[in-house]
Design a protein around this ligand. Structure first.
Ligand SMILES: Cc1ncc(COP(=O)(O)O)c(C=O)c1O
Length: 374
């Protein structure tokens, strides 16, 4: 009654969670195969995460970025160790903010070098967030409607090398992409496109920003999904799973690029506070142990989905989509009635983003419900 009506919410209120299960206010149990849209990677009430949050809250939650922040340093070091290049990290609170920062960063980097490159090539069907920069980088008419004008400086290409090449001008600063388009219907980029693109961008001195807000933090069975293709991103953005439910996002950039953000150039009041960073540290420690298992369970899940579905089953690790060929909102509702939480994207694609802790038994439980409702 008192809320903006921008969300179409399902008629259920959850009051507690444990592992991959949620419980509503009537005590009914649900298998959570959407994880708050790819956020609660360790499931609910994970003992180590809960303890770290409680311990930190008893000491200190927030001091701002006016002061030294050892929690950020520790978490940044961990993230850079996965990045594969010398890098630096900026912390914020969400995926849109991380992408906003990445857009500002690449513009600033080229201006610092005295080059007037500011344009960013994005891919058709991409989703990068809802703030003006990230929304302008999201080429979806429906999301722009009524909010124009968008930020200038984005060129839209199809996900193939010749299309990207045709959009390159002397003003192109970067290409920004998701290696698996999540909101776009769990669409995995063609490996040969990614290999050629990496080469092309290096030749032209254009930066590569990989938006790993949905694919990062172990979701696909590697810490960063770009590692499946040996991509060498200049900038990676993360959020969602990083705090396991505590809001935190970040941008990881190669050192030389990160240096463009000089004191006073950019900031965030909440970004990387002690509580969020502590959560991030536990999440990374736990996710590192789960990566092999995510790939194994993900393969099993896809195999089982193929047994029951005629439509294409796509994705990697525990980021999985099924093309149903029909409007699937009703299926999501039926799944809910049957105690299973899933999601529909691009109208016809059922999307599954379960917590990374699930086992084959949870997959079987999900398949049993799907069999019943499909
Ligand atoms: C790839 C990608 N980028 C950015 C975002 C925006 O993240 P947030 O909702 O945290 O702003 C999302 C959210 O779904 C996403 O999937």
């Amino acid at each position: 009654m008192y809320l903006f009506e921008n969300y179409s919410r399902l008629p259920v209120s959850f009051v507690k969670g444990e592992g991959p299960y949620l419980y509503d206010d009537k005590g009914k149990r649900y298998l959570d195969f959407i994880s708050g849209i790819g956020v609660t990677v360790l499931g609910h009430s994970h003992p180590a995460l809960t303890k770290a949050i409680c311990d930190q809250a008893q000491k200190l939650i927030h001091v701002s970025n006016l002061y030294e922040n050892p929690w950020q340093e520790e978490l940044a070091q961990k993230l850079v160790s996965h990045f594969g290049s010398e890098g630096k990290v900026f912390f914020c609170n969400s995926g849109a903010e991380a992408n906003e920062t990445a857009i500002k960063l690449v513009r600033k980097y080229f201006r610092m070098k005295g080059e007037d490159r500011y344009r960013i090539i994005v891919l058709e069907n991409a989703f990068h967030g809802r703030t003006y920069g990230s929304l302008s980088a999201t080429p979806r008419k429906a999301f722009h409607e009524g909010f124009g004008p968008m930020l200038d400086g984005f060129d839209v290409a199809q996900p193939n090398t010749s299309s990207v090449e045709s959009k390159i001008t002397n003003e192109t600063a970067a290409v920004m992409l998701e290696v698996i388009q999540g909101e776009g219907g769990v669409k995995v980029m063609d490996p040969s496109f990614l290999a050629d693109l990496g080469q092309l961008l290096k030749e032209r001195g254009i930066l590569l920003i990989v938006d790993e807000v949905q694919t990062g933090v172990g979701r696909t069975g590697r810490f960063f999904a770009s590692h499946h293709w040996s991509l060498d991103p200049d900038v990676i953005t993360l959020a969602k799973g990083l705090g396991g439910g505590v809001p935190i996002g970040c941008v990881i950039a190669k050192e030389e690029i990160a240096k463009a953000m000089v004191p006073g150039s950019h900031g965030s009041t909440f970004g990387g506070n002690a509580l969020a960073c502590k959560a991030g540290l536990v999440v990374i420690e736990e996710v590192e142990k789960l990566l092999d298992r995510v790939r194994e369970i993900g393969d099993y899940f896809k195999e089982r989905l193929r047994e029951i579905s005629a439509g294409e089953v796509r994705g990697m690790g525990l980021m999985v989509g099924v093309e149903t060929g029909r409007e699937c909102g009703e299926l999501v509702f039926k799944a809910l009635e049957n105690g299973l939480l899933i999601n529909c994207t691009q109208k016809t694609v059922l999307r599954f983003l379960p917590p990374l802790i699930i086992g084959k038994d949870h997959v079987d439980e999900c398949i049993d419900v799907l069999k019943r409702i499909l």
